[in-house]
Ligand binder design. Structure first.
Ligand code: GLP
Length: 256
């Protein structure tokens, strides 16, 4: 795990945007895994400003609410088109987001997994983290080997996501999410977390035991994971000084 601590969310986002930009320049037909939530909004803004060529890029989103129309203002379809896709030259047929309205959801989840395989697997997966350590919508106690499937949200997540829906009772209880096993197969993972509210989840994920109680902790088992944090999100890391020292002393050829 590479822990990159920056003074602000803006600075941490710039590092993440550079990592993705480099990949797209080196591999114009890259397959990206994308995330939603408030955390990556700035990232998508920065990526748009970089005017990269997305014409051959394929994307797979982590998750979607079940039962929301794709056009619903809070669907992750709407989020992705508003925050990224409508601003870049991506081909519509290269965009993949789980279908929360599929008639046969387990079948559509299996198809999603097949589509990821058929695309050659995910080169880089963008991740946020819930305050309970969830990645995608893999809530605590999710199987660490799980694949794309239906999950029920925890009451904590329902409460936290109520801010987007106006009230808790409007938040769908069920979602489709890539599994933890799916995420682990991405060739690179790039997790972003900002603010003091994420500090506990980050400390447990980075320095705690690998446990389904904090699903992000499974990234300790992944060979290429970068975690971009602002100072408040890094606030509970015991070895923060070491991570800063490593990043400041990187050889030039490793810098992004
Ligand atoms: C959401 C998403 C996750 C996201 C997380 C944190 O519910 N399903 O992919 O990483 O919760 O959200 P935020 O970035 O708004 O803090």
């Amino acid at each position: 795990m590479e822990i990159i601590i920056q003074p602000t969310a803006e600075a941490a986002t710039r590092v993440a945007a550079r990592i993705i930009a480099r990949l797209l320049r080196e591999k114009p037909d890259a397959v990206l895994g994308l995330a939603t939530g408030s955390t990556p909004v700035l990232l998508y803004h920065d990526l748009t400003a970089l005017k990269l060529d997305w014409s051959r890029v394929t994307t797979f989103n982590l998750d979607e609410y079940i039962g929301l129309d794709a056009a619903h203002p809070q669907s992750y379809h709407t989020f992705m088109w508003e925050n990224l896709f409508q601003h870049i030259n991506i081909a519509r047929e290269n965009v993949h987001i789980p279908d929360g309205n599929a008639k046969d959801i387990p079948k559509s989840c299996a198809k999603y997994e097949q589509q990821i395989k058929a695309a050659g697997g995910i080169d880089l997966q963008v991740l946020g983290i819930g305050t309970n350590g969830h990645i995608g919508f893999n809530e605590p106690t999710s199987s660490l080997a799980s694949r794309t499937r239906i999950k029920t949200l925890t009451q904590q997540t329902l409460k936290e996501n109520a801010r987007f829906f106006g009230s808790e009772d409007r938040v769908p209880h069920h979602v489709i999410t890539m599994g933890i096993g799916t995420i682990l197969e991405a060739r690179q993972n790039l997790l972003l977390a900002f603010g003091q509210g994420k500090a506990r989840a980050i400390a447990d994920a980075v320095e705690g035991p690998v446990s389904s109680l904090n699903p992000a902790s499974v990234l300790q088992m992944h060979p290429v994971t970068q975690i971009c944090l602002d100072e408040p999100a890094a606030g509970q890391l015991k070895r923060a000084d070491y991570y800063r020292w490593v990043y400041d002393n990187k050889p030039d050829w490793q810098r992004v």
